[in-house]
Design a protein around this ligand. Structure first.
Ligand SMILES: Cc1ncc(COP(=O)(O)O)c(C=O)c1O
Length: 429
């Protein structure tokens, strides 16, 4: 087989990557990640003085990625002590960290205060008092934003919708609640309220929901100026920008979202005679999603006459839970037969003991056999970061492609790693 028939990703022969590093394998392109950051810089940051872009690290996080994000001049959104610890170990500048979470523990809040993170985003009314106590004990001033619920619904899977009224995230917009929370924040000697935050959900493609959310925040801002004399300096408009998972999927530049956000902010600030807030955005998936693929090896191929053909691969729901969790749709490319005619329709199954462990239904492929390599594009976000060891499958390695170079960014787990948390003495005969 000639190399020309192999699927290439970011200039690399994916079959050669599979042979060198084994499968299942996550492959990330540094160049593509940096290109996305550059697009945000040119289309948003450079155009709007005071604006900031934070990468939402829940999409994919490693110390190596922190380095790239830091070099690109971005901030980092974290939602747990573990994400914060990774950023700390990577030497990421703490003043550029935004700490989220709907149930941050006292330990996590203490850790964030101790390390002087740039912003802590208050997610529920009680968190103000909690954080004030922690900040007072540490004798520190803490800059905060308050996450509000804008009460807008995007068209996305309900598991990844977060802007609607009925959500576990954020402080409800009910005047009785939000006004009290803002007042309490303003009266807290160790907290400095910088502004508001909203995040509408993930994989969103509509502009109008961002405009509606900005309208809600600006209306709230006007009310608070009138009642408390408070004018926020910042608005964090979250992330959620959709990406292309399959050929033919819609895809928009980041400016598709940021321009309508900025227009609405400018217009409404002018209309309401309010100081224009500095805007932060927090995309995750849009930065790394399309910059990653997963490589698998084909194992069992089983045809049920008159029903379907199941092609099982050496990974599945532990390395990509999204299809099983919320019906996410992907496609596969047969990396070693990239130019062959697609004459079959098969179902790509994972190797776990769950009927729901199906990566892709009804994928057109050339005839497949054991040993073929499948590449699933657009798995750079929420794959490794959501991975598990279900059925005690070791998690895949992550390879980073930089120009012509391919190097391990994260090692493949081995069987010993699977026993790392076990007290061997207590468990052995
Ligand atoms: C607060 C917050 N900001 C940003 C994001 C990033 O979302 P996405 O990866 O869809 O851009 C999330 C995702 O859950 C989030 O919760």
């Amino acid at each position: 087989m000639t190399k020309e028939t192999h699927y290439t990703f970011a200039g690399h022969d994916t079959v050669a990557l599979a042979n060198t590093f084994g499968t299942p394998l996550y492959v990330m392109s540094e160049d593509m990640i940096r290109q996305r950051c550059r697009l945000i810089r040119e289309g948003f940051l450079d155009k709007h003085p005071g604006s900031r872009a934070a990468y939402a690290s829940k999409a994919f996080l490693s110390m190596g990625l922190c380095r790239i994000i830091e070099e690109e001049g971005f901030c980092l959104d974290v939602v747990s002590g573990g994400e914060l610890f990774t950023a700390l170990q990577a030497g990421f500048p703490m003043e550029r960290v935004i700490f989220h979470g709907n149930n941050k523990s006292i330990e996590e809040l203490k850790m964030a205060v101790k390390h002087n993170v740039g912003r802590i985003v208050i997610d529920h009314p009680e968190e103000i008092a909690l954080l004030e106590t922690i900040a007072a004990e540490a004798e520190q001033q803490v800059k905060i934003q308050i996450r509000i619920v804008p009460e807008v619904e995007g068209k996305t899977h309900k598991h990844i919708m977060t802007g609607q009224k009925d959500t576990k995230f954020g402080v409800p917009l009910a005047p009785s609640l939000i006004h009290g929370v803002v007042k309490e924040a303003l009266e807290s000697p160790h907290l400095e309220l910088m502004g508001f935050h909203f995040h509408l959900g993930s994989n969103l493609f509509e502009q109008d929901i961002y405009v509606k959310a900005v309208e809600r925040v600006m209306k709230l801002t006007k009310e608070l100026k009138d009642s408390l004399g408070f004018v926020p300096k910042e608005l964090n408009a979250g992330g959620g920008y959709g990406i292309r998972y399959r050929e033919g999927d819609q895809v928009y530049p980041a400016t598709y979202y940021t321009e309508v956000i900025m227009e609405a902010v400018k217009e409404l600030s002018h209309e309401m005679s309010l100081q224009e807030p500095d805007v932060t955005i927090e995309p995750g998936r849009w930065i790394v999603g399309e910059a990653g693929i997963t490589l698998y090896s084909v194992g069992a191929v089983k045809t049920i006459p008159g029903v379907r053909t199941y092609v099982s691969v050496d990974g599945g729901m532990p390395d990509n839970i999204r299809p099983a969790l919320y019906g996410a749709n992907y496609e596969a490319i047969v990396a070693n037969k990239a130019n062959e005619l697609k004459t079959e329709v098969v179902t790509i199954a994972g190797k776990c003991c769950e009927t729901g462990d199906i990566l892709i239904w009804d994928q057109e492929t050339p005839p497949l056999e054991r040993g073929d390599i499948l590449a699933v594009p657009s798995t750079g976000a929420y794959s490794d970061s959501m991975a598990s060891n279900y059925n005690r499958l070791p998690r895949p390695a992550v390879v980073l492609l930089t120009g012509d170079e391919a190097r391990l960014m994260v090692d493949r787990e081995n069987y010993d790693d699977l026993l790392m948390r076990e007290r061997r003495a207590a468990n052995k005969k």
